[in-house]
Design a protein around this ligand. Structure first.
Ligand SMILES: CCCCCCCCCCCCC/C=C/[C@@H](O)[C@H](COP(=O)(O)O)NC(=O)CCCCCCCCCCCCCCC
Ligand SMILES: Nc1ncnc2c1ncn2[C@@H]1O[C@H](COP(=O)(O)OP(=O)(O)O)[C@@H](O)[C@H]1O
Ligand SMILES: [Ca+2]
Length: 555
């Protein structure tokens, strides 16, 4: 918490008929109980509270009528005789309160004052401070997918989110989608983006994917950037995106906020948080296919998604059933992965440290990335690939995954790549080679425990800027010839496997799961674009462990 700084106001006000010294600075609102007895009383509630001005949602003047004051729920409360004499004027401050597991709630405190002018002065001073926060959105464009997750999107928005936006004075234009890609196409072609300070997506990862496709595409066209060229430096999107979770996996919300809770997300939007995020572009033969921010998975996760689409009626449980089915099917896939390792950055996929709010790894690598981009622009003889060498791996894999962020979600609270960063310009390429069902289960189970899912002989992980994948059936004759020369024996075995599926690695074709959407091509070229979009989030906050010494109440 920030230091209080110069005080703008200091008055004696009352909270529930007890006298408090209340102060307001540019950064803090503090109320401290006036000490009548210096003796410590263990059963008395806390005597000093302080709230960061940046976390005040709004201030409300309390109405008074016939000796009664309106309560939050609209009912009227009789003002006590004692109170009535001097302390009839009141205002309520609504602010963010942190609860367990990264949840935020809207708390409130009502201050009563002895004179109307003082009360008005307090209200206008707090409102002035709030108005000075330029990062808060005033007008939002909201898209609701009524069919995401358990089909509760509309209800969640109307009951939990809209009332908070109204309290905070945020105006909205709400569109309930009528068909798949409605939101994407509206953003691409119709939406008057200049009118808004941000876009809100009510739904799951698939719906979020629609939003970023619309926004990124529109931004490139407006800036004359060709989205089909994989080597182009993409223009960053200026509008921030808020996610109100109402989907099946909701991993983008979970990994950027720390929880899947609509109220918490709404409050992060209201206070105007900003979290940059990497986006991977996916191309096939110089043709744009899709963008990805969470998981790009071929093999296991591709098959789980393909199978689960037929079970959409089951809701989020479809993934568990398809997961079990695909685990038992145990298909492996042959192909070639080549990648460009990320050089000069801080951090590796095996780090114990996690990407958190104000992450220094993201800040450092983000700076490095923009400095490099500037150098490349000045010297157009070099290209983005000249600072690293491509490495190639051929083999049989159960899964090939690229996680641009941790992909933490309720199913796996640490995610597919626990040390991945939201905004470092890289993606973690995870290769799970052919292994027994038992070993694959050990790997999967480690996503749900403290054990390291990469600490297994058949799993490797690389932090990369770019990678390509070609399934064996798409390899050219010369590549296949090279394979044969490199590993003749292996090829003979693979032929045997193909002829005898019972050996447990029947070759099959999988598809790519790209943030929950199935890609139409299997041979792909993927490139990470550093901090291309921004979310109304702040990354995961470290839970407070001990007393905050900078809190003025603690001094
Ligand atoms: C045995 C327990 C194993 C647990 C393994 C959990 C790993 C979970 C990693 C999840 C990464 C999620 C990445 C996000 C993907 C989403 O973009 C995307 C779309 O989300 P949306 O529907 O909200 O729009 N979601 C997905 O693709 C869903 C992936 C879910 C995979 C679940 C896999 C469950 C595996 C169960 C195996 C059971 C084996 C049991 C053997 C006795
Ligand atoms: N009105 C609609 N009707 C049908 N499908 C829609 C509609 N709006 C969005 N979609 C699509 O629904 C899919 C799933 O949405 P999502 O919100 O991610 O839910 P879930 O997490 O359950 O998959 C996405 O592919 C999205 O494009
Ligand atoms: Ca990243």
């Amino acid at each position: 918490m920030e230091r209080p700084g110069r005080l703008l106001l200091l008055s004696e006000l009352r909270v529930r008929n007890t006298a408090y010294d209340v102060s307001l600075s540019r950064s803090l609102l503090t109320w401290k109980r006036r000490v009548s007895s210096p003796v410590y009383h263990p059963f008395r509630p806390s005597v000093c509270h302080s709230v960061s001005v940046s976390e005040i949602i709004s201030v409300r003047e309390e109405e008074e009528e016939n000796g009664s004051r309106r309560r939050e729920d609209g009912s009227w409360k009789k003002i006590k005789e004692r109170e009535e004499k001097d302390y009839r004027q009141a205002f309520t401050v609504l602010y963010v309160e942190r609860c367990r597991q990264h949840r935020w709630r809207c708390a409130e405190v009502t201050f009563t004052c002895s004179d109307a002018a003082l009360c008005q002065h307090w209200i206008s001073s707090i409102r002035e401070q709030l108005a000075a926060i330029t990062s808060r959105p005033k007008h939002l464009l909201v898209y609701i997918n009524p069919y995401g997750g358990k089909r509760q999107g509309k209800r969640i928005y109307e009951q939990k989110v809209a009332p908070l936006f109204a309290l905070a004075g945020v105006s909205t234009h709400v569109i309930v989608t009528e068909f798949a890609n409605h939101a994407r196409d509206h953003l691409k072609m119709e939406a008057e983006l200049k009118k808004f300070d941000g876009v809100v997506c009510v739904g799951g990862d698939g719906m979020f994917s629609e939003i970023i496709h619309g926004l990124i595409w529109r931004t490139q066209i407006d800036n004359s950037v060709d989205p089909n060229c994989p080597d182009e430096t993409l223009s960053t999107c200026s509008l921030r995106i808020g996610i109100i979770p109402a989907g099946s996996t909701d991993c983008i919300c979970f990994a950027t906020v720390g929880t899947n809770d609509p109220v918490t997300s709404a409050l992060h939007i209201i206070v105007g948080d900003s979290q940059p995020m990497d986006v991977c572009s996916v191309h096939h033969n110089n043709t744009f296919l899709r963008y990805s921010v969470s998981l790009l998975g071929y093999g296991f996760y591709g098959d789980v998604l393909t199978d689960s689409e037929r079970k959409r009626w089951m809701g989020p449980a479809r993934y568990d059933l398809s997961g079990l089915k695909m685990f038992l099917t145990h298909h492996c896939y042959e192909g070639t992965v080549s990648y460009l390792p990320a050089r000069g950055i801080i951090g590796t996929p095996r780090d114990a440290a996690r990407c958190q709010s104000g992450c220094v790894v993201c800040q450092h690598n983000g700076r490095l990335h923009s400095e490099r981009a500037e150098r490349y622009e000045m010297d157009d003889t070099s290209d983005c690939e000249s600072d690293g060498e491509w490495r190639t791996i051929r083999g049989k894999f159960l899964a090939i995954n690229a996680a641009s962020m941790s992909c933490a979600c309720p199913r796996s609270p640490k995610g597919l790549s626990p040390a991945a960063h939201l905004a470092d310009g890289t993606t973690d390429l995870i290769l799970v080679r052919k292994c027994s069902r038992f070993d694959f289960l050990r790997h999967l189970l480690r996503h749900t425990s403290k054990d390291d899912q990469f600490d297994l002989t058949f799993v490797e992980v690389h932090r990369v800027r770019r990678f390509r994948f070609t399934p064996r059936h798409c390899q050219s004759d010369s590549e296949l010839e090279l394979d044969l020369q490199e590993n003749g024996k292996h090829q003979i075995f693979s032929q045997i496997c193909r002829d005898h599926p019972a050996c447990g690695c029947a070759p099959a074709y999988s598809s790519w799961n790209c943030d929950g959407e199935i890609l139409t091509h299997t041979a792909i070229d993927v490139r990470a674009h550093c901090q291309l979009i921004k979310l109304f989030a702040r990354g995961i906050e470290e839970p407070p462990v001990f007393e905050d010494l900078t809190n003025p109440c603690a001094i």
